[in-house]
Design a protein around this ligand. Structure first.
Ligand SMILES: Cc1cc2nc3c(=O)[nH]c(=O)nc-3n(C[C@H](O)[C@H](O)[C@H](O)COP(=O)(O)OP(=O)(O)OC[C@H]3O[C@@H](n4cnc5c(N)ncnc54)[C@H](O)[C@@H]3O)c2cc1C
Length: 509
């Protein structure tokens, strides 16, 4: 009998998982496999990050470095060169080099092709592939190795293994206050022009990349009303410098495993210093910009961006060092003392993310222009949104500001009860899964199987991507997504070959 693997979600995690599975030495097994991919949206391949949208939504990785195929570095750039006839009609003005921060929707065109490539490869290997446009609303264990996936349309799909690759989740629209003037996600940004009148005053809650996409999308689309960005922590992304890639030698899981029996903030600081000296020796630069830590919350965004844009004209070695931690950030996180993990989540996570997830200078310049024109304001502090006598109001720092529209640009909520997903609700309610203490689904750090209520790891249901960010700290970069998808394919293969029951104590040790 064929083993059916159901993948819920047809984005980067799905493509990369399929690619990894096809590379396995499963020759005699491949023709006993079938794959069913469930995708709820119209486009398959781009996922939530790269679907068709405004050209002003840029990748935060240079075109020459980004790929969905682990063994093909630079695949996107090669695709651009070979497929100009496909994308040039939509982007006639775009001149791309390896250093361009390309529109994410253009990357989405590549991802659609990448999805077709993995499907064709799978079929050539004798795997039956079914792609359904439907939403998974329930995953229930029927027997030890048999799971039923129930979809919105009522279809029940029987599976031996299920991989949840559902990506970023939207904040629930069911949370109060209720108002038609609250927009729960800035995406697609092209829709904002329809949802928001040009002269409306707009409050954007959140100050990360999606807030920037929303602001630029609105203003370039003809918005003339005032826009205020509210940043709870007072942070805003730093600006990317001109540096290339660097391979860490000290801030790596292997070095840490060998040399640091106990990892705390101080030890991390020492390792960073060693890395910094090595970087400087390798690049032969006289100057190395200090890591801007501690970075106090921003009181004047105009000043911050002016300074950042000047610094971004040069090599920013600290960004190259932080970026390379993508290759093992989850393992480094896992070795950090529990007290320091808790402290990091309570005190430093926003500051760290503003350093780690930086923006291209092109978008920083636009934001600076809006601030200087007076159309954009930046307010730091926790907010609450209320509807008072029919008027939408944002309260922050003891003052209240009436606003025409509120746009939540806060990303995937960490807490599962703030997410509007029947699938996640049913997984938690049935006890098939539990929430990680830092949010998202709790999965085994080695095998990606869901931990269920009784503490055991499920060997039939796995999760990768943003749903696992509580376990792995940071998953919002394509190279991290690809790494986890490959490791998850190893695990699925392992449990297809030898079924093993892992107790919580074993797997968590
Ligand atoms: C707006 C945005 C911009 C980003 N930009 C970058 C970038 O520039 N560079 C970078 O390296 N990383 C970026 N990232 C990080 C990004 O998360 C990864 O690069 C990657 O695309 C995530 O892939 P994924 O497949 O895990 O999730 P997603 O891309 O979110 O795909 C998940 C898919 O699952 C589908 N789905 C969800 N639930 C169900 C269900 N119940 N049933 C059926 N289908 C379902 C969704 O419709 C979606 O298509 C960005 C992320 C976001 C959200």
């Amino acid at each position: 009998m064929k083993t059916n693997i159901v993948i819920v979600g047809g984005g980067a995690s799905c493509i990369s998982f399929m690619d990894a599975l096809l590379k396995k030495n499963l020759k005699e097994k491949l023709n006993q496999l079938s794959l069913t991919i469930l995708e709820k949206s119209k486009e398959i391949g781009p996922g939530n990050a790269y679907f068709s949208d405004l050209k002003s939504n840029l990748l935060n990785t240079k075109a020459g470095y980004i790929t969905v195929f682990k063994d093909h570095p630079g695949d996107f750039y090669q695709w651009l060169e070979c497929n100009e006839y496909k994308w040039k009609p939509d982007y006639p003005e775009l001149e791309i080099t390896r250093d361009t921060y390309a529109p994410r929707a253009l990357f989405g065109m590549y991802m659609k092709d990448a999805f077709s490539v993995v499907c064709a490869d799978a079929r050539r290997s004798g795997i039956q592939v079914k792609v359904l446009r439907d939403e998974a609303i329930k995953v229930e264990q029927v027997e030890k190795d048999q799971v039923n996936v129930v979809t919105q349309s009522g279809t029940v799909i029987n599976a031996g293994k299920v991989v949840l690759a559902c990506g970023t989740q939207q904040q629930s629209a069911m949370l109060p206050p209720y108002s038609h003037d609250i927009i729960h996600s800035p995406y697609p940004t092209r829709e904002l022009q329809r949802q928001v009148a040009a002269e409306d005053s707009v409050a954007i809650i959140g100050a990360r990349l999606s807030a920037i996409d929303a602001t630029i999308g609105l203003i370039e689309g003809g918005h003339t009303g005032p826009i205020t960005i509210y940043s709870r922590s007072g942070y805003f992304p730093f600006v990317r410098g001109t540096q290339g890639r660097y391979k860490n030698a000290y801030l790596t899981p292997d070095y840490i495993a060998e040399h640091c029996p106990e990892l705390d903030f101080y030890k991390l600081g020492d390792l960073y210093q060693l890395e910094r000296e090595r970087y400087q020796a390798q690049t032969e630069h006289d100057y190395f910009e200090e890591l801007p830590l501690p970075n106090p919350p921003i009181s004047n965004l105009e000043e911050f961006l002016t300074k950042e844009l000047a610094l971004a004209k040069q090599d920013r070695g600290w960004q190259a060092i932080l970026y390379d931690t993508n290759s093992g950030i989850d393992q480094i996180w896992d070795r950090l003392r529990t007290e320091d993990q808790d402290r990091f989540m309570k005190q430093f996570v926003s500051s760290a993310m503003s350093l780690r997830v930086s923006i291209p200078a092109e978008n920083a310049e636009k934001m600076l222009g809006y601030l200087r024109s007076g159309q954009l304001k930046f307010v730091a502090g926790p907010t609450s949104v209320k509807v008072e006598d029919g008027q939408l109001t944002v309260h922050c720092n003891g003052t209240s500001a009436p606003t025409g529209k509120v746009i939540y640009a806060t990303g995937s909520p960490k807490s599962l009860n703030q997410i509007d997903s029947p699938l996640l609700r049913s997984l938690i309610e049935s006890g098939t899964s539990v929430e990680n203490r830092f949010g998202g689904l709790d999965v085994c750090k080695y095998d990606y199987g869901l931990f269920c209520k009784d503490g055991k790891m499920n060997t039939s249901i796995f999760a990768i991507g943003e749903l696992t960010s509580g376990r792995f700290l940071f998953t919002s970069a394509l190279d991290i997504i690809v790494r986890h998808a490959h490791a998850c394919a190893d695990s699925v293969e392992k449990f297809m070959t030898t079924e093993r029951d892992y107790s919580l104590s074993l797997a968590k040790s």
